[in-house]
Structure formats: C-alpha cells, structure tokens
Design a protein. Sequence first.
Length: 212
Amino acid sequence: MSEVRLAAESRTEFGKGAARRTRRAGKIPAVLYGHGSDPKHLALPALEFARVIREHGQNAVLTLNVDAADSELALTKTVTTHPIKNYIEHVDLLLVRRGEKVSVEVPVVLTGEAQPGTLVTQELSTVLVEVEALHIPEQFELSLTGATAGTSWNAGQIELPAGAVMVTDPDALVVAVNEAPSAAQMEAEIDTEGAGVVEDAPQTEEPAGADA
C-alpha cells in the first residue's frame, strides 16, 4: 500500500457543537494517538480523505502535514460514518513509525467462478495479519476458477507478503466449495422444516352448566 500525503489542522474546540461546525466547514474531526503520546485532535479535509479511503481502503497509511509544519505517519484505524446519511463523522488514527509492524484486518476477495453445480461459502471476509505499516496489502485474492466440490481454503493457505505474519488461526476456514443441493433436496428440506408443526386446535366453549 502506497503512502498518502494529507494536510491536517489542529482542533482546539471539542464537543458535539464543535464537531458539527468542523463538518460544516468541509472537514472531518479526527484523533491521532499512539506510542504513549498525548492524543492530538485534528481536522482532516473531508473530500480528500474520502478519496483516500475509496482508493486505498480503510487501512490507508497517511503522512499528515499538521498545520503545514509537523509531519506524522498515521494508520487509519477506525472510520465512523453516519448510519443514515453515510458521510464520515469521525476518524481515529494510530501513530506509527517507519519499519514498525501493525496488526490490521485485510479483506479477502474471491475471484473467478467455481465449477458448475457447486455452492461457494465464504466464512471469513477479512483476516488479521501483522505486517509492516507501509506494506499493508489492500486485499488478499483467492481464485475460485475451476474449483470443484470439496475444495476449501484455510487462513494459513493465504499467501502473505514478505515479513507478514498471519494472526488469525491458520486452521480457520475462509472459503468452502461444496456440491450445490438439488431442487429435490431443497424441497425435502423445506418439507422437513414444516414437519412436526402442530397448529393450535380450535377451542370450544363448554355448554353452560357443565360444571354444575
């Protein structure tokens, strides 16, 4: 993953009102922390940061030029988006050093098509790896081309860049290719699920005076 340069400004106002004013100004509230240093409250340019995430993913490593003076190397750790309006509300950044290893979740992307008549199940969409901060893979690709029923990939089978270590259990199942169920098998399963369901019998009122 390439290093990306981004301008940042120090923030001196805090709280919900200040965060709203920051966003109205076209910036994103952010906090930079790590290595035992005091957290730095920053404002990032919203459009530029959104482009970085779109092009480099959420594991983007940024060279932050803070107030056009200090330069900090940071890993994008958490991006919080608005649940309805889908704009970025806040960003947590982790201070890193060149040559330092970090633990990050990397997406696993499937390519190609398995053999006809198979069913592909992806158990893990990401795996956790420890890797040098400036060499984080954007994604791991697993090719399904020609895969037959019974084929599977565990985390330990994913090819890692030099020096990287798989933190996810190497035996953890990532993808499995099984024989697709036939229409008859699916119908039988539906029938089995419906079997044993007993509808409540209609209740009848006892004639008046029955207990007399």
